[in-house]
Ligand binder design. Sequence first.
Ligand SMILES: [Mn+2]
Length: 467
Amino acid sequence: MKTKKKVHSGIFRDGGAGASAKRRYRDRRNKLMKKEDSLMVIAGVPYGPGGKTVWAYAHSPTYQEPAMMYLTGINQNNVILLLDPKSKESKEILFVGRKDRIMEFWEGVRFGVGDKKSVKEVQSVTGIKDVRDIGELKEVLKERFLKNKKKSLGTFWYEGTRKGKKTSITTDHNYDFKQKLAGWVREWKAPKTALKNVMENHFDLRLPLDKYDVKNARKAQEITGEGFKMMLKNFGDFKNECQIQGYLEGKMLMNSPFGLSYPSIVASGTNATILHYMKNDDPISKNEMMLIDFGVRWMTMHADITRTFPVSGKFNPMQKMLYEIVLKGQKEVEKAARAGVTVEQLNDVCWRVVNDGLKDKFSDAGGKFKLRYNERPHGVSHLMGEQEHDGDPFRNYATKPMKAGWMISNEPGLYGEFKIRLNGKTYDETIGIRIEDNLVMTQKGCLNLSSIIPKSVREIERLMAGG
Ligand SMILES: [Mn+2]
């Protein structure tokens, strides 16, 4: 049973515009050259989501820097927070633009200086009494900085080590702001070292979720799980990946005003071996497996779930065998996860169990396989919380003992070409399997928030049979 060839690669979002592609593209360029009749240079977008904007900006109703969201809850751009713990005047100042009626015409109500009502609301929600015009920031900061005995100025940017070298994310708004502050500090004749990164302390506080966050994270799981169950029950209606995406996301968004955690990955057959598959436009066929990676937000908490199941509604013997190997890896990670353990240790558990399972169950039964990676296709866990991927982007936390309240993903996977003869029948498929739950660490173990979302072979087959 060979997996069907996919329609197009995805390099061209319009499918290469069919047979006439070359002519059409060349024509367009020629026309532009004729019109301009001069030297031109045109650049494609240099960065993906998360480049210059907050990661979630493009596809979620939340567009705030998560650090600001965490500290103030204000979901509006161009807000700056000054914290001055030693000050006798005001320890906290929120800088914001003036009330701007034209901007409001385009974007809706915005909080701004000169608008008593919105300022009052922000003051009462955040508890910050001192709200000033953002135009005063530099002056106020200078005065505060020169008064400050320590002569230090903290700000937030992403910094970590990569391959043993200290490095920063230099393409986002945090770094731009840090560079601006560095210039000011220079102007004020202070040494470069006056600028300090608050990232580590910030994450120490932000990563352990409190009860309210956990409650919201649970709610996100419930909505996500409900959408998944409805989608499975109605699976017979779908003929294309995009229909599954539309239905599933629709169900989730109907139950949450906070948007998706991220755009779903809806991958059938060979597409499931592409880790960040986003094309979601291929037809599905009955002998394939489907991998979907999806989730919704509730308040500021994210669900990040992956489930894999057979399009036919029934696992064939090879699919079941491979699926249960991955499931075992996930179970062992869940058993090992608790405060004090590191993500790297979970990786060791996960990939040992999955690779041993492949050898003991699959190879020993005569199976042959080809993976597209050595031993580990990706990390089994990432931190979660205010962002779907939270914590430092360099994953330096992977070697630090986890703390109670940290939320992580548990997502073992298996991707490759598999062939086996079972019960007189040969199975030969390119398969991607990933099963992802979200765990919250406790002192003694962990809470699996996703235990309400079906994943056993029996549960999935029952739901797909309409029950
Ligand atoms: Mn994940």
